[in-house]
Design a binder for this molecule. Structure first.
Ligand SMILES: *Cc1c(COP(=O)(O)O)cnc(C)c1O
Length: 446
């Protein structure tokens, strides 16, 4: 292939109805060989993607406001990622870091130590997926503390493996029928400003969670408290100011490992390297994945050296964890974030999009809340005049955007949140055009 993805025309252009004939052919092939439990939001088969667009096999170009769920933060096939991956894939593809190690893994761990919150000594272990990182963070916390209980919060999403299903709050589609789940997991309320009692502060919400954890488990039994600093699948919930700090302080006072699951919110997405940075909170362990490697599968647990070193040699790892090609991609992606000022770009996207979203909210009674940070923004949809979730309208709005060639994702425990996760390299023009299409969908349906 000679054309690089960044040369894809940066415009929305529909040549067929969606899905087009070639996508429909692929869908027919798929239906006889791909498991039905694996679903797709928008059955449009991709040919190439870059910048702010995805081009399908019928030659349609769609505006990407999803980044493959917050993964292609630097854009698809970002030039530095392509260069690093191309060089690495030609040198060697795999030796297994647990057999014969290589520099790329070490270099990624150095970047993680530099960029994650806090100036203490930090170490990392690399894995393949967000769920695997979360599983390992819990392993490390249990080993280091000698305790077993883990506390998670309402609306949490931590993955689809057995332990991470147990940590995840929502039954459909993530848990139903897949039990029994891992034991010794306890759930406490989080801070959800739109749905909490009027005027509840972050400190008060934290006290509510702490009281529940102390009564239901006992602080001295708890190995770890895990939460997403901005919740992803659960509805892009931004806790009230002070909540994260109060939880972190309580963890510290009680020898509990505070794990920030930054798999979705990390790596420039919110306008800081990590979402906890907005609150000045320093977690003991941070889990990362999604945006870390420009689309290649890589994940990490990074944290206090004494915690990370507690586990015996051989206790952590995996065949593919920290694969050299994925590490090379991460170095290219992180370099892109640094060189191209993508933290600032995320903040700019927030400013540009928020103006538009507030205008839309003013004329749309079904929009109950606009929230989020940087390139991680959301609209919560309700029955007008109430806070009753309207999942039906949410699905209809998303569907209409899809038909118009705008990739928009939904989320939320109640299925009533539209989330915006554009690649940070999207142009303002495409971003605003995508939001116009969203506005037209509300006007037509709401
Ligand atoms: C996506 C996600 C995970 C799971 O990551 P996978 O790579 O899908 O295993 C875990 N935590 C959060 C916050 C996520 O958004």
């Amino acid at each position: 292939m000679t054309v690089t993805s960044t040369e894809i025309p940066q415009r929305r252009e529909l040549k067929t109805a969606l899905p087009g004939p070639k996508s429909q052919e692929l869908a027919a092939r798929r239906s006889s060989v791909v498991a039905g439990g694996v679903s797709s939001t928008l059955p449009v088969y991709v040919a190439r993607a870059g910048g702010g667009v995805v081009e399908d096999v019928d030659g349609n170009t769609l505006i990407d406001l999803g980044s493959g769920i917050a993964v292609t933060t630097v854009g698809n096939s970002a030039p530095r990622v392509v260069d690093q991956v191309t060089d690495q894939v030609a040198d060697f593809t795999h030796t297994c870091f647990m057999i014969s190690p290589y520099e790329e893994y070490v270099a990624v761990a150095e970047k993680l130590a530099e960029l994650t919150p806090g100036d203490h000594a930090k170490k990392s272990a690399l894995f393949n997926s967000g769920a695997e990182a979360v599983e390992n963070a819990v392993k490390i916390a249990r080993y280091a503390t000698g305790r077993q209980a883990v506390v998670a919060v309402d609306h949490a999403y931590h993955g689809r493996t057995n332990l991470t299903m147990a940590l995840t709050a929502k039954a459909m589609p993530y848990k139903k029928g897949f039990g029994p789940f891992a034991s010794d997991i306890y759930r406490v309320p989080t801070s959800y400003p739109f749905r909490d009692p009027e005027g509840m502060t972050g400190e008060q919400a934290a006290q509510r969670a702490i009281t529940m954890a102390e009564k239901a488990v006992g602080a001295d039994q708890i190995a770890a408290f895990i939460m997403e600093p901005i919740q992803g699948e659960g509805g892009f919930i931004v806790p009230a100011p002070g909540f994260l700090a109060a939880i972190a302080d309580w963890c510290k006072a009680n020898g509990i490992v505070f794990i920030a699951d930054e798999v979705q919110s990390g790596f420039a997405r919110t306008g800081e390297w990590f979402a906890v940075d907005h609150e000045g909170v320093v977690p003991d362990l941070v889990t990362t994945a999604k945006g870390i490697a420009g689309g290649l599968p890589l994940a990490a647990v990074t944290g206090r050296a004494e915690l990370m070193d507690a586990v015996h040699p051989g206790g952590l790892g995996g065949t593919y964890g920290g694969n050299p090609v994925a590490c090379a991609a991460a170095l290219g992606a992180i370099d892109t974030m640094e060189q191209d000022g993508l933290l600032g770009r995320a903040a700019e996207i927030e400013r540009v999009a928020t103006v538009k979203l507030r205008e839309l909210q003013a004329k749309t009674p079904a929009i109950g809340d606009i929230r989020g940070r940087g390139g991680m923004l959301a609209i919560e949809i309700v029955k007008p005049g109430t806070k009753e979730p309207d999942a039906e309208l949410t699905a209809a709005v998303a569907k209409r955007c899809h038909e118009q060639g705008v990739i928009i994702l939904t989320c939320g425990t109640f299925g009533n949140v539209i989330r915006l996760l554009p690649p940070l390299v999207i142009s303002d023009e495409l971003l605003l055009e995508g939001l116009d299409v969203l506005g037209e969908a509300f006007a037509a349906l709401g």
